[in-house]
Design a protein around this ligand. Structure first.
Ligand SMILES: [Zn+2]
Length: 149
């Protein structure tokens, strides 16, 4: 997949409420890799997310957010401004926003992984309250039919 990295300049910033504020799962881990490696790394990482269907191979990733490991994959870009722009966009995903495919140009909406994080938090809270109850904690929220970040 060949990406035109000049398009990074057009990547949309996330709208409110995904433009600022806390992320869903604490500060995401950042993985900065060679631009040419972003798409394949994103596909490998996102293929580990239960139930997530990857986009067609002709849809390339400029960045991605992996909600399973709370990791943002970013291209190492020489321009600070472009790096900031793409990080701002990816942080929108870490705050629980997702959008239609294609450079983040589509409308944003609440991402399916917000439900996954809520279920995890509830499971953890339940686990700490009744840790001896072996029946709690087999949550399967991650097995819903998610879309790509
Ligand atoms: Zn995006």
């Amino acid at each position: 997949m060949r990406l035109d990295w000049r398009q990074i300049r057009n990547i949309a910033p996330p709208p409110a409420p995904y433009a600022q504020g806390p992320t869903l799962a604490g500060p995401p881990r950042l993985r900065e890799v060679e631009p040419s490696a972003v798409d394949s790394l994103c596909r490998v990482m996102l293929s580990q997310v239960p139930g997530l269907r990857l986009p067609a191979p002709n849809v390339g990733f400029f960045e991605c957010y992996d909600p399973w490991t709370n990791t943002i994959v970013l291209p190492m870009l020489p321009s600070r401004r472009e790096r900031q722009r793409i990080l701002l966009h990816a942080m929108g995903h870490a705050r629980g926003g997702e959008h239609a495919e294609g450079l983040g140009g589509g409308p944003w909406r609440e991402a399916w992984w917000t439900g996954m994080y809520k279920a995890r938090a509830e499971r953890d809270a339940a686990g700490s309250l009744v840790s001896s109850d072996a029946g709690i904690g087999s949550g399967s929220a991650a097995q819903r039919q998610p879309r790509r970040p």
